[in-house]
Design a protein around this ligand. Structure first.
Ligand code: ASP
Ligand code: MG
Length: 241
């Protein structure tokens, strides 16, 4: 069986140094289990919101080109820190921006769509026995312009990479235990679903992990099982398949 897995870590799972180190340990554990691991990371905590606010401190109308380049830095920070944390644990790892990872996008800077993925760089790094950490939410155009994929789109980076690399599974690590049957704050009996189909996930006004819809569509299109689970606890999570 294909041993390649793609893992995605959301912003709350990387909000500070302790959580970054804990994500690195989880990645390392998957490596120890005999997997090849590609980890996709979101920006730390509220970084993306903070960067947008920063742009607005200098202009009411940030140019989309510079805004995309600015926002891409959030994921570059978490990508490089997770990679450094993995190296500190003694693992061979490399961090790549979306463009370096071969994610080619359309040209609409802050709402770009992935048009193609050239997996050759990631595959070469995996052959060197490295863990590959990829900055989510971004790519580059044919002309090497840096683009972002829309809010919450690190999920889409992860599933798209899982498809391009023919990964066995895409694991989404988040701050809730999975996809709930109802909002647990309102419905005390709400429970975590064990599994559901892509169609059900797209239809469900889901509580718990909010997934970028495009990631579910890509999962369905390429038949990539997506496990949504907690980065803080060892829980089974929800399998979307
Ligand atoms: N950091 C980006 C955002 O907050 C992308 C993501 O989190 O998936 O929208
Ligand atoms: Mg985020």
């Amino acid at each position: 069986m294909n041993s390649l897995i793609v893992q995605k870590y959301g912003g709350s799972s990387l909000a500070d140094a302790e959580r970054i180190k804990s994500a690195a340990r989880r990645i390392a554990r998957s490596r120890e289990d005999g997997n090849q691991v590609v980890a996709v990371v979101s920006a730390m905590g509220d970084t993306t919101d903070d960067l947008i606010s920063q742009a607005h401190t200098v202009t009411d109308n940030p140019d989309p080109r510079e805004l995309a380049l600015l926002l891409s830095t959030g994921e570059i920070v978490s990508c490089t820190l997770v990679t450094m944390a993995l190296r500190a644990l003694g693992y061979n790892a490399i961090g790549l921006s979306g463009g370096q990872a071969g994610i080619r996008t359309s040209t609409d800077y802050t709402r770009a769509r992935i048009v193609d993925i050239d997996p050759s760089r990631i595959l070469a790094e995996l052959r060197e026995d490295r863990i590959v950490v990829v900055a989510g939410f971004q790519g580059a155009t044919e002309d090497s312009e840096v683009t972002t994929l829309g809010r919450g789109a690190s999920d889409t980076t992860a599933v798209a990479l899982a498809a391009a690399l023919e990964a066995r599974i895409c694991e989404i690590y988040t701050d809730v235990d999975g996809i709930f049957t109802a909002d647990p704050r309102v419905v005390p009996e709400a429970r975590v679903l064990e599994s559901l189909t892509y169609e059900e996930m797209l239809e469900l006004a889901s509580y718990g992990a909010k997934m970028h819809p495009r990631s579910i569509e890509l999962g369905a299109m390429y038949n990539i099982p997506i496990l949504v689970t907690s980065s803080f606890k060892d829980v089974p999570g929800t399998l979307i398949h």
